[in-house]
Design a protein around this ligand. Structure first.
Ligand code: SAH
Length: 432
């Protein structure tokens, strides 16, 4: 497979990023110890205007501009609330870097190439991808490459700037669409935005790793009277606590967001996620490019997945809003529906299958061969197992891709023996 050839080319040159670097918790990280401001704000709001939707609750808890969880905290890593694949091993980002270049090549090697990441966390994924781009300089040639990050958290954008540029960035004045810009350690222009629509148009590869699970969901319950929205209200037994209630009458959301053929008893819908994927699909259809969405999720089968995490433990979602991560499994069937007919969707397939198809086993062998230190070797094997073991992240995480229709139309139309290879990572094509 062509992917494997690239990996071989990369192999001698890419250095092993020390495991320890990824896990050290920064002493400058200020964890909010006693923040009850969001709870108080929500209680006054509910007292004034009545119960709020789960989506509104989630939005306030996660992205309230003053005290939201993502706005205030660094939640990633051993000292945080959860750990993600790019933080576990450099191999993950390297394979995604190869995927990005593979899609750029398959789409005809456009002379401009925007790498766009939604919700880049600490910047580890983009950093590993940019290292691959540097190693593949001869393949990328004179292509005009730029990096575009969509990040709501000023705090995390600082971590990203440090990781990707060594703090070689300038903040913009006021409310500019680009709120920070600079030059990456590898010499590429890099920009930060709050909204996808502010990214310039042009051929782009979009990446979203554990991004869609943080986008607010609405919850609905089937009742004898029909579908009703689950809301957040004040607990009458304890006025400083919140509880879930089922709305007595239909809400706007329950009237428009439930599919006619829905047969589950309880449903979560993420309309904001639907709008985001629609924007990506429109751009991919008009400007070319691809999107790779990686998250834990399902294909329209699960029901109650709304969860809280704090300190790597499950946490009651209604306790201490703003202090814990709130997340819901991504419904890939909904995202697929929202992309429309102008693009092609692949997946979801498991992380294990995707990474195996991308050559993770060969990559591990090369890193092991180049690494004499037994404890680092053991860490490498351990992180590989975390990524692909079906009982760990291997089956829980799913890869889903949105591609320009031309990408596979070309493949379908050609003679079998001259057809280009299928999309890297997706061995079994599940074409919409
Ligand atoms: N992709 C990273 C981080 C995942 S955490 C990783 O896998 O390690 C979710 C990321 O999305 C954080 O960077 C968070 O600040 C960002 N985020 C959450 N909601 C957002 C929103 N509405 N708009 C932009 N970024 C958002």
């Amino acid at each position: 497979m062509r992917t494997l050839l690239w990996l071989k080319r990369l192999m001698p040159e890419v250095r092993w990023t020390m495991w320890q670097n990824r896990f050290c918790s920064d002493s400058s990280i200020q964890r909010l110890e006693s923040n009850s401001s969001i709870r108080k704000h929500l209680i006054s709001k509910i007292t004034a205007t009545g119960p709020i939707s789960v989506a509104e609750y989630m939005r306030e808890a996660l992205t309230n501009p003053v005290a939201g969880y993502y706005v205030k905290n660094d939640m990633l890593g051993a000292g945080g609330d959860f750990i993600t694949s790019p933080e576990i091993s450099q191999i993950f980002g390297e394979l995604l870097g190869v995927w990005c270049v593979s899609e750029w090549m398959a789409a005809g090697k456009s002379n401009m190439f925007q790498l766009v990441e939604l919700g880049p966390g600490r910047g580890s994924l983009a950093s590993d991808i940019l290292r691959v781009f540097s190693q593949l300089k001869t393949v990328l040639g004179e292509t005009d490459i730029s990096v575009h990050l969509v990040e709501v958290s000023p705090k995390l954008s600082q971590f990203q700037a440090e990781c990707l540029t060594g703090d070689n960035t300038q903040p913009s004045d006021g409310d500019q669409p680009v709120y920070r810009s600079g030059t990456t350690r590898t010499g590429l222009p890099i920009y930060w935005y709050r909204r996808i629509e502010d990214i310039p148009r042009g051929f782009s590869v979009f990446l979203a790793h554990e991004f869609f699970d943080a986008i607010p969901i609405h919850k609905f319950q089937r009742t004898e009277k029909g579908w009703r929205e689950v809301m957040v209200d004040i607990d009458p037994e304890s006025p400083d606590k919140l509880r879930f209630v089922v709305s007595h009458s239909p809400t706007l959301a329950s009237s428009i967001l439930i599919q006619k053929d829905e047969n589950r008893q309880h449903v979560e819908v993420c309309p904001e996620g639907g709008v985001i994927v629609q924007k990506l699909a429109n751009r991919i259809a008009e400007d070319g490019g691809a999107a790779l969405i990686v998250d834990y999720g399902h294909d329209g089968t699960k029901t109650d997945t709304f969860r809280g995490f704090k300190g790597h433990q499950l946490h009651n979602v209604l306790d201490a809003p703003g202090m814990a991560d709130l997340t819901a499994d991504v419904d890939f069937s909904y995202l697929r529906k929202m992309t429309g007919t102008e693009v092609t969707c692949l997946g979801p397939i498991t992380q294990r299958s995707f990474l195996k198809n991308m050559g993770i086993d060969s990559r591990l062998q090369v890193l092991l061969r180049n690494c004499p230190d037994p404890s680092t070797r053991a860490q490498l094997v351990h992180s590989y197992d975390m990524l692909i073991n079906p009982d760990k992240m291997g089956h829980r995480f799913q890869f889903f891709s949105v591609l320009n229709r031309g990408r596979l139309a070309q493949y379908r139309g050609m003679q079998k023996n001259t057809a280009p290879l299928p999309v890297a990572g997706f061995a079994e094509l599940d074409i919409q």
